[in-house]
Design a binder for this molecule. Structure first.
Ligand code: COA
Length: 337
């Protein structure tokens, strides 16, 4: 018998405010046609002024708790992956913990952007398999819309990013039959910090002088995300298949054994190219980017909740999660549900 962690609940939440491509045409000097052709995005959700990242995270968490049929007090670890926390100090998980009414239990903010949720699953999995904690809430949540350049200068980036949250409950389990019992089979994490400035938001930060933010930095647009889109694209289509293959090799599974893939939703063309190169039937790769855009750390858990709600995730299925993003970071996980 082996100690392991299994997913027992999925949750997801997006704000109700729908932003269609046509709403961005004048603001960003773009067109619906350009956005759909280059990214596959048709619409996305943006919060209203009074909503924060932890608000979305808590809504997703409540649904995951309900689906796992646990009491909120059963949770003994919180991990929140986000690159858009409520505040820089103390991040996002602090507010999630307080709003869920769980004083005393530890929490982490994970900052690995689009790969953050898989980094979070890996961390929670290790804590559970080592016997330290029994029930982890792992969330990916973002409010990107409040940090975007909403002028034509931001058109290469602001069309992509959006707001949303997804969550899972991971619980301790004893695995008797590795080929049948639900559990996290493997996780693989990678990073290359030498590409940090290829996709980043430099300010506020300690890298540029005596203070973290100045009026000049704001005026020059350093407060907005900046991206070398083509470089991100070429790295993503190489590293995502590589890290998925690494997970298959580690488990001895074949690509055909995987029932559903949850690829990070950065851009439809990235995922189409991966499916084409690896000969994965497109219907096995669940897509949400058309309706939710790129919600960074949230795309994978939000996608899993979306598929779960549609009845596509069934007990016994093998699920992959694969991401690439800022850092650069890339990661994969294989789970039997
Ligand atoms: N609407 C209309 N035109 C736009 C535009 C927009 N929203 N954004 C850029 N353009 C224009 C540029 O001004 C440029 O015009 P020019 O050739 O006259 O100078 C042209 O389109 C090409 O710009 P470029 O930035 O090279 O576009 P691209 O073909 O690389 O596409 C992305 C941009 C962002 C769609 C693409 O690079 C991409 O998807 N990359 C992956 C990024 C990603 O996944 N990021 C998330 C990481 S998690």
């Amino acid at each position: 018998m082996k100690k392991a962690a299994k997913i027992t609940g999925f949750g997801g939440y997006v704000p109700s405010r729908v932003i269609k491509n046509t709403d961005l045409e004048k603001m960003l000097d773009t067109t619906d046609e350009w956005i759909q052709q280059r990214t596959g995005i048709v619409e996305r959700r943006w919060v209203t002024d009074d909503q924060s990242t932890s608000d979305l995270a808590v809504e997703a968490a409540k649904i995951a708790i309900q689906n796992a049929k646990i009491d909120v007090k059963d949770i003994d670890l919180i991990v929140v992956a986000t690159s858009s926390p409520d505040t820089d100090i103390p991040g996002c998980a602090a507010f999630v913990q307080a709003k869920l009414g769980l004083p005393g239990i530890p929490y982490f903010d994970i900052r690995q952007a689009c790969s953050g949720f898989i980094y979070g699953v890996s961390l929670a999995n290790l804590y559970i398999t080592s016997g330290v904690y029994k029930c982890a809430l792992v969330i990916g949540a973002e409010v990107q819309s409040k940090g975007l350049d909403k002028t034509p200068n931001g058109k290469g980036v602001s069309i992509i990013f959006a707001d949303g949250a997804g969550a899972v409950i991971l619980q301790a389990t004893d695995v008797k039959d590795e080929t049948k019992d639900p559990h996290v089979l493997t996780t693989h994490l990678h990073a290359d910090g030498s590409s940090a400035s290829e996709l980043w938001m430099p300010v506020p930060g300690s890298a540029f002088g005596p203070v973290r933010i100045t009026h000049e930095m704001i005026d020059s647009g350093k407060i907005y995300p900046q991206m070398n889109g083509r470089l991100v694209f070429t790295h993503a289509v190489t590293k995502m298949p590589e890290v998925l293959n690494e997970a298959l090799t580690a488990t001895g599974l074949k690509l055909d054994d995987v029932d559903m893939h949850f690829f990070h939703q950065a851009n439809t063309r990235i995922n189409q190219k991966i499916c084409e190169d690896m000969k994965i039937p497109v219907e096995k790769a669940h897509t949400t980017i058309n309706k939710f855009g790129n919600t960074t750390a949230a795309t994978i858990p939000l996608g899993m909740y979306d598929a779960f709600q549609e009845g596509k995730i069934k007990p016994g299925m093998i699920i992959s999660m694969v991401a690439f993003g800022a850092g650069f970071t890339w990661a994969s996980a294989l789970v039997r549900y």
